[in-house]
Design a protein around this ligand. Structure first.
Ligand code: GLV
Length: 325
């Protein structure tokens, strides 16, 4: 029987179902780092990883039997895809199933920053609420703002689609334009990156992390954002220079930010922690019972496809040329 290593405690019964067909070992997967993963992988044919697990060239070189890595996330920036290709290892991820929940959480952050939902809660708990006042905690009317979405992929489009319900105007930027019919459906318009930064009251990031997008929002880009606007990031932390963001908010150039992801998770820039107008969440974009169960199920299905059926999953982001399917 082929051997599978599961790095994490996942919802659902996928591990038990796969156990009839493969030898399954579950490791809690925490605090492993590259070296920890490297030490565990020899002898396993399948590996289920979380986004906290680096699957580098060194890990893949040590994985003498590895055929497939099923990454329980849509982002695959924790995996060296070129190295996986060289080592003939299939890599799969979990797109689609988390799109709606991540877009919903993005809107949760947009509403939270525009309407002071979290700072209002803190204000009340501090005992500062002494009655209704006409000027108490005035936010921004959601229907009056321009939302700029950077990265019109699945999640970016789902964020744009929700804007109509709030009456917010939207712009988007990506390397290429969406088909005209889709733009019409989403009631949105393409514009250049700089133009989007200058025109948006809320900029929301939905691009994958790679060499080109690392620190996409650096000090210069943050300065190009409209004065009094907000940055929302539910994609990947290193897209934003966190120290520069803290400075942009502290100086009053930005009115605030909503972040679900951080540059060096689980660490968070200490200046950001002190800013009341910044809403911080612990990377929970896809964290619902339904979605996290579906994500785990996708991974177990893909491990089964490769290791039991000798196939190539439709979700594979790396498909070795040598393998049939
Ligand atoms: C979560 O961040 C994911 O990539 O699925």
């Amino acid at each position: 029987m082929k051997r599978v290593l599961i790095l994490g405690d996942l919802p659902g019964d996928g591990a038990e179902r796969l156990a009839g067909r493969c030898e399954v070992e579950v490791h809690h997967g925490e605090g492993l780092g590259e070296e920890g993963v490297r030490r565990l992988v020899p002898g396993f044919h399948g590996l289920l990883t979380l986004l906290i697990h680096p699957v580098s060239e060194r890990v893949l070189a040590a994985a003498d039997r590895l055929e497939v890595v099923a990454n329980c996330a849509v982002g695959v920036d924790n995996i060296d895809l070129a190295a996986a290709q060289r080592h003939g290892v299939i890599v799969t991820n979990t797109p689609d199933v988390l799109t709606a929940d991540t877009a919903d959480l993005t809107w949760g952050l947009i509403l939270a920053v525009l309407r002071g939902i979290v700072s209002g809660d803190r204000y009340l708990r501090r005992g500062d609420f002494h009655g209704w006042r006409p000027k108490l905690l005035l936010g921004r009317s959601v229907g009056s703002v321009v939302l700029g979405v950077v990265g019109p992929g699945r999640i970016g489009q789902a964020v744009l689609a929700r804007a109509a319900a709030f009456g917010a105007r939207t712009l988007y930027h990506g390397p290429s334009r969406l088909p005209e019919g889709r733009e019409r459906e989403l009631e949105t318009e393409w514009c250049g990156f700089e133009e989007l930064l200058a025109a948006s009251d809320v900029v929301s990031l939905h691009v994958p992390l790679n060499d080109e997008t690392h620190h996409l929002m650096d000090a210069r880009a943050l300065r190009s954002m409209k004065k009094g606007s907000y940055l929302v990031n539910t994609a990947r932390g290193p897209l934003v220079d966190e120290a520069a963001l803290a400075e942009a908010v502290a100086s009053g150039h930005l009115a605030g930010a909503g972040l679900d992801v951080f540059e060096a998770e689980p660490a968070v820039n200490t200046r950001l922690l002190e800013l009341d107008s910044v809403v911080l969440l612990p990377h929970i974009g896809s964290a619902t019972v339904e979605t996290r169960t579906r994500m785990a199920d996708c991974c177990f299905e893909d491990l089964h496809t490769v290791l039991v059926e000798d196939g190539v999953p439709a979700r594979a982001v790396v498909k070795p040329v040598s393998r049939g399917g």
